[in-house]
Every structure is written in C-alpha cells, then in structure tokens.
Write a protein that binds this ligand. Structure first.
Ligand SMILES: Nc1ncnc2c1ncn2[C@@H]1O[C@H](COP(=O)(O)OP(=O)(O)OP(=O)(O)O)[C@@H](O)[C@H]1O
Ligand SMILES: [Mg+2]
Length: 354
C-alpha cells in the first residue's frame, strides 16, 4: 500500500478507475478463503478521463455512485489506485539504515529522481533489501505522485460519500492479485495489464516486483488506427473492433488493421522485456500473465507467444476466489474477469497493509 490513509472498519471495496470503465469489486475473507461479495463495471463517457487525469469529475462520481447503488454496497471504505506519468516509481539505492532514518532522509534523496517540486508530491517507499552487489547499500522502492493528481481522485470518492483509505499503484495491485492466485517461487514472471489507454508492466522475481513500467498504448490505439484508415468516428471504430458490423467496412481490411495494432503492441512488450533482460544480467522472463480488456482481442495471446518465445496466458484474478453461483452469473463473471485484475488486487488490500 502506498500513500496510506486512515479508516475504521475492516471492510473495503476495490475501485479501479480506468479510462474506459470503472470496476468495483468487494471480497470477503472467510477462514483464509476469498469470496466474491460484489462486482460491477460501469462505462465512462469518452474524455471523462484523459491520460489518467480526471477531466469530468461529475461523470466519474456519477459512475461510481451508480455502481455502489446498483450493487447495494454498504461499505464506505475504498481501496483505489493510480497510474500514468504523474506517478513515478523508481528503485533507488541508499546506505544501509533503519526505516526511521530512511523516512527522515527520503525527501532529500528523492529530489534527484523526481522531475517535480518535492513539495508538490506525495512520497512513499518500501525497503526491498540489501543490494546483492554491494551489501553496504539497501535497495528502496520509491513512489511519488503529484498531490493535486491524487487529490482529484480522493475528492471524487468524497463527493460520493465514500472514504478512500488506500491509494495504491496499478502495478502493485496487479502484483497483489497475482500473489493471491498463483504460485510465487521459481520463475520470473511478467504481469501485463492492457487497458484502453495504458499498458502496465510489472516483472516479478520470487513474487517481488523488480521492474515496473507504464506505456501509453492500449485499446484506444486500435481505435485510432481504425479511425485513421477507415475514416470513421471513435464510437464506430470501437463498435467495428468489437465485432459489430458497420456498413462499408470490409472485414478483411479491419482484420489487417487489428493485426498491425497487435504487432505494434507485441513489439512494445518485447522491447520492455528485452530492456529488463539487458539490465538484470540477462535474466529472462519465464511466463507472461495478461489482463485488461485488450487481451480479449482474438489471436493476441498467440501472436505474443510467438514473438516472445515465452508462454503467455490470460490471468484469472478470481482463480482462488469462491463465487456463489446462486448470487452471480458465473459465465458472465468469467467473461469479464480479464477486466478485473486491478480491481480484485485492490479489493484484497487490508487496512494497515504495507
Ligand atoms: N472483446 C474485445 N476485443 C478487443 N478489445 C476489447 C474487447 N473488449 C474490450 N476491449 C478493449 O479493452 C479496453 C478496455 O479495457 P480496460 O477496461 O481494461 O481499460 P481501462 O481500465 O478502462 O483503461 P486504462 O487501464 O488504460 O485506464 C478498450 O480499449 C476496449 O475497446
Ligand atoms: Mg485499467
């Protein structure tokens, strides 16, 4: 958990505010097993969120309110997350010292890594352990986000009468959901969430994050290509992409555009994994877990697997979560599960987590 806030009751809802839709997830932990309590996805109007910045807070608040009401959610505590270029995540090295000492010097230390005024950012850190190459140094994960950016998210929840108690980072929520559902030892794995606007990559070694990166490519890139090459508007492009028939669009041409976009996406992923290999004494990612709406694009898993030469699978964020079939349409839940990775990771947070 980053940017810890305060709350009272134990219950929490995970709310993932995406560019295209907001996902609400609530879980209950009973004797060590998670149960699904609530689940809702609400579409956002275009331009309500642009590059992760809330442009239309009334529309975002309305979407959250609708989700809370339609699911009859009574819990007020919220775990949410942010990503994008207003959030900076860095591994830094500091001389061995206690947590208190790090706390005291982190601001000063952070100044050299952060392109914003230090007084304008919220800072947090996590000690990752001694530097294997130089045991006199300790590796620290530094997270910084602009205060006004975070405040916009917080005030949207306040506007809905909700109480944001945990402000996380998308990549770490992904790590959390992976840890709860999959084995953690052995391989190096890459968790990749591909949403409408952003692709979040988090590489884990022995279950711990060693590389994170956000890249501004996603489903919108597919739409922009379709718009550009076929002269349609963005709604028509989205409809055509999702299989709706649009007059005058030849399916073969559409398939070619989608296939080019998938190639571009795969290239970006390969570039990041190559960069990771080059900067980590040639250690290689052994498996890739995908999430986010774009992974529903037919053929993407195969294309990626071929290009990377690495096994690729779609992550099931509810793999270890029990779903009551008398309360939920299990088929529907399965079909939307790729969208839910970050929301489920958030819902698994507990007050006091760090
Ligand atoms: N069946 C499908 N085939 C291809 N693409 C799809 C499909 N369903 C949804 N998408 C795309 O997935 C994207 C939405 O995914 P998701 O909900 O994970 O994004 P988001 O969380 O709203 O955005 P971001 O995380 O980038 O802020 C959209 O671009 C949408 O067009
Ligand atoms: Mg998303």
């Amino acid at each position: 958990m980053f940017f810890g806030l305060f709350g009272e009751s134990e219950e929490i809802i995970g709310v993932d505010i995406g560019t295209r839709s907001i996902k609400l997830v609530q879980l209950k932990l009973v004797r060590g097993e998670y149960h699904l309590v609530n689940l809702g996805i609400g579409q956002l109007p275009a331009e309500a969120i642009v590059d992760h910045t809330i442009m239309d807070s009334a529309a975002v608040a309305q979407c959250i309110r609708n989700l809370v009401e339609s699911q009859s959610v009574t819990t007020k505590n919220v775990a949410t997350s942010v990503s994008g270029h207003s959030v900076i995540i860095r591994n830094i090295f500091m001389p061995m010292m206690t947590n208190e000492e790090i706390e005291a010097s982190i601001e000063w230390e952070a100044e050299q890594y952060i392109p914003f005024e230090i007084s304008d950012v919220n800072l947090d850190f996590q000690v990752l352990g001694p530097d294997p190459k130089d045991p006199s140094q300790t590796k620290v994960l530094l997270v910084a986000a602009k205060k006004d950016f975070i405040d916009d998210y917080l005030s949207v929840f306040n506007e809905c009468g909700l109480n944001p108690v945990i402000m996380d980072i998308d990549g770490f929520a992904l790590e959390n959901v992976y840890q709860a559902n999959y084995q953690q030892e052995g391989d190096i794995v890459a968790l990749i969430d591909i949403g409408a606007n952003t692709m979040t990559i988090n590489i884990l070694q022995d279950g711990r994050s060693v590389f994170t990166r956000d890249i501004q490519v996603g489903g919108n890139m597919f739409n922009e290509e379709i718009q550009k090459r076929l002269g349609v508007n963005s709604d028509e492009a989205e409809l055509a992409k999702l299989g709706g028939s649009i007059d005058e669009i030849h399916p073969q041409i559409l398939n070619d555009i989608i296939s080019d976009a998938m190639d571009h996406l795969s290239q970006e992923i390969q570039r990041s994994l190559d960069f990771f290999a080059a900067t980590s004494s040639d250690q290689k990612v052994g498996r890739v877990y995908l999430s986010g709406g774009v992974v529903k694009t037919p053929g993407l898993v195969n294309i990626l697997q071929k290009r990377l030469g690495t096994p690729v699978e779609i992550m099931n964020p509810l793999r270890n979560v029990s779903i009551d079939s008398s309360k939920f349409d299990v088929e529907y839940v399965e079909s939307v599960s790729p969208f839910l990775a970050i929301g489920v990771g958030l819902a698994m947070r507990r007050l006091g987590d760090k």
